[in-house]
Design a protein around this ligand. Structure first.
Ligand SMILES: [Mg+2]
Length: 310
C-alpha cells in the first residue's frame, strides 16, 4: 500500500545557494518542500505543523542539525518524522553522534543528487510503514471504523479542544436492535455483515469532521465536533431512518436492521460536572437505555434539565 499523496519535506540549510539547489532537486522529485534557515526556525515549523521528512544540515548558526534532531525526538510527535542529516562531519564518531541524536540516516555533503533521492526513498518507505501500523492500531479490523482505543484518546482531545475554544461537541451512541437474534437466526457471518453495513450507513450519513468508532459488540459511538445537542439529534434521526427504511443486503438475504440511539452534548453537563470521556459517554448511554426501554428504533437525547440529578 503506497501513498500516492506527495510527502511534505522540510529542508533546513543555512546556505542560500545550497538551499535553492536542494529545493529544486526535491521539488522535481515530487516532494512538497518547505524550507528553514536554521534549527530554531525548523523546530518552530515542525511543532506547529509536523511534516513527514526532515532533511537537515548539521552546521548552522543557532541551533545545529544534531540538536534539532534531539529536540524533535523529545517533542514526541504523534506521527513519525523521518530525519536525514546532511553532514560535512564524516568521522565515525561524528556519525554516531548524529544518529544517537535521533537522525535515521545521514548523507555526506555535497550530496550527490541520485544518492540523496535514493536515501529519501528509503525514508519514505519507513514513513509509509509507520503510517500503516499507526492506522491499524486505531482501526476496528471487522468494520473498518476507529476502535475503542482511538475513541478514548481522541474524544478526550476533542473535549479539551471544545472547552478551550468554547465550541459545542456532541456524541451519540448507537446500538443495533436485537443483534443477538440476527446472529442466532442467520449466523455470525451475517451478523458481521450487518455490523459492516451499519458502519457504512453511518459513515455516509455524517459530515467530514464527524467520526465513528466501534465501542464494543454491536455498539458504536459517533463523535460530532462543533455540534450542539439539537443538531446531533437530527443526525441520529437521519441514521435511524436510513436503517429502518431500507433493508440491508447480506449473503443470507435482505434484513431490516434497526438501531437505538442515545445522544449527549457538552452543553448537557452541569457546571459542577467535569467534562470527561467517561461522563459524556455515560450520559449518552443513559439516553440509549431509555431508547431501548421505550421500544427501540428511536433516538433519545439527554435531558438538560435533569443534569444536576444524575
Ligand atoms: Mg551549514
Amino acid at each position: 500500500m503506497s501513498d500516492p499523496k506527495p510527502l511534505r519535506l522540510l529542508l533546513v540549510e543555512d546556505e542560500p545557494i545550497q538551499r535553492r539547489v536542494l529545493q529544486r532537486q526535491l521539488r522535481n522529485a515530487g516532494y512538497l518542500v518547505e524550507t528553514a534557515q536554521n534549527g530554531d526556525e525548523a523546530l518552530a515549523k515542525i511543532l506547529a505543523d509536523p511534516c513527514s521528512i526532515l532533511l537537515t544540515d548539521w552546521d548552522m548558526p543557532g541551533m545545529d542539525g544534531a540538536t534539532l534532531c534531539r529536540r524533535v525526538r523529545e517533542a514526541n510527535l504523534s506521527g513519525y518524522l523521518y530525519i536525514l542529516l546532511l553532514t560535512g562531519h564524516d568521522s565515525a564518531a561524528d556519525i554516531v553522534v548524529g544518529l544517537e541524536a535521533g537522525a535515521d540516516d545521514y548523507i555526506r555533503k555535497p550530496a550527490n543528487e541520485a544518492e540523496l533521492l535514493a536515501r529519501l526513498k528509503a525514508g519514505r518507505r519507513i514513513v509509509e510503514l509507520t503510517r500503516q501500523v499507526q492506522l491499524l492500531s486505531v482501526t476496528d479490523s471487522l468494520v473498518g471504523t476507529y476502535n475503542r482505543r482511538y475513541l478514548t484518546d481522541q474524544l478526550g482531545l476533542e473535549i479539551e479542544r471544545a472547552r478551550r475554544y468554547g465550541r459545542p461537541l456532541a456524541v451519540l451512541i448507537a446500538d443495533l436492535d436485537h443483534f443477538k437474534r440476527i446472529n442466532d437466526e442467520h449466523g455470525h457471518l451475517t451478523g458481521d455483515e450487518v455490523l459492516q453495513g451499519f458502519a457504512e450507513r453511518v459513515r455516509t450519513s455524517i459530515r467530514q469532521n464527524d467520526w465513528i468508532a466501534r465501542y464494543g459488540g454491536e455498539e458504536f459511538v459517533v463523535v460530532l465536533p462543533d455540534t450542539n445537542l439539537a443538531a446531533a439529534v437530527a443526525t441520529a434521526e437521519k441514521i435511524r431512518l436510513r436503517c429502518a427504511s431500507a433493508q440491508m443486503a447480506t449473503t443470507t438475504g435482505a434484513l431490516v436492521v434497526t438501531a437505538s440511539f442515545g445522544v449527549a452534548a457538552l452543553e448537557c453537563l452541569s457546571v459542577t460536572e467535569t467534562a470527561t470521556v467517561a461522563t459524556l459517554l455515560h450520559r449518552a448511554d443513559v439516553a440509549l437505555y431509555r431508547s431501548k426501554n421505550a421500544g427501540r428504533n428511536r433516538v433519545t437525547a439527554v435531558e438538560v434539565a435533569s443534569a444536576v440529578d444524575l
